[in-house]
Design a protein around this ligand. Structure first.
Ligand code: ADP
Length: 264
């Protein structure tokens, strides 16, 4: 479970990226974050792995407050999937997947390239799960197609069996068919492990198809929080083209408890 408690983020230049964010995402939920560019989606995701320290408020993961003293431990439990894959393009596919272990192994071991056989087996199993064959293992990551690179990114993210996966626009640079395949892989891998997914997207239809829950952000605030069914065309227009709200309207109050019940 991820809990954001009254989170604010103001950048040194005065930009308020997050304002008063309070949100609880239940374990195992696939929560899609939508909103126009600059709404604060990326900042919100990065607050969960400690890359963006909040100005006010805090983030909790399974009841543990993210702080300098807990960050190292919590980072092992939170993995990220990036828009531009963030692979080491000159290294092999196998090395990239194994790098998902870095928060948990010593630097010396990582530098020597020595990983236990069980980890190698796990990397192979994950690659198979994301649809890559053993023939891909030794190929340079940078030589793969975008869709294949993101498959490697997904395998890397699940190496440590994370409790939370943050996916920051994971299909923004992929075509519609491959985007659907990639989101299916993330959803299936997460369901199998009861992993919580916080995924920012800009495609409304994909958000409706894959999200258990949709959170709409604008100007650093949550302006919609509800089911894909409640995210009507009118609400889409309001999110992307509506006037600026004084007080953010929320989805009916029954929506949030329903999620908690569904995932209890
Ligand atoms: P989104 O992911 O929804 O496009 P972001 O979270 O990237 O939005 O950005 C939210 C706001 O914070 C934007 O106004 C953006 O320009 C600003 N911002 C993001 N990162 C920084 C930074 N490192 N320094 C200053 N402003 C930033």
């Amino acid at each position: 479970m991820i809990h954001f408690d009254n989170l604010d983020k103001q950048w040194p230049d005065g930009t308020k990226a997050l304002s008063n964010i309070s949100l609880t995402v239940a374990r195992g939920q696939f929560c899609v974050i939508l909103g126009p560019s600059g709404a604060g989606k990326s900042t919100l995701l990065r607050a969960v792995n400690g890359l963006v320290p909040p100005t006010r408020g805090h983030v909790e993961i399974d009841g543990v407050v993210l702080s300098p003293s807990t960050q190292r431990h919590l980072r092992r439990r939170v993995a990220m999937i990036h828009q531009h894959f963030n692979l080491a393009s000159r290294l092999s596919v196998a090395a990239n997947v194994l790098s998902g272990l870095l928060p948990a192994v010593s630097t010396a071991r990582a530098l020597s390239g020595w990983f236990r056989a069980e980890h190698r087996r796990k990397a192979c199993a994950l690659l198979e799960q994301v649809g890559l064959s053993p023939t891909h293992l030794k190929r340079r990551a940078g030589d793969l197609s975008g869709g294949q690179q993101q498959r490697v990114g997904i395998a890397r993210a699940f190496m440590l069996d994370p409790e939370v996966v943050l996916a920051d626009e994971p299909v923004a640079s992929l075509d519609p068919k491959i985007s659907r395949d990639i989101l299916t892989l993330i959803r299936d891998a997460a369901r199998e492990r009861n992993t919580t997914v916080l995924c920012s997207l800009h495609q409304i239809e994909l958000a409706r198809e894959f999200g258990d829950r949709i959170v709409g952000m604008r100007d650093g605030r949550i302006v919609f929080d509800g089911t894909p069914e409640a995210f009507t065309d009118e609400r889409v227009r309001a999110l992307y083209h509506g006037a600026q709200w004084e007080e953010p309207p929320r989805a009916p109050s029954t929506a949030a408890p329903a999620f908690e019940l569904a995932h209890a």
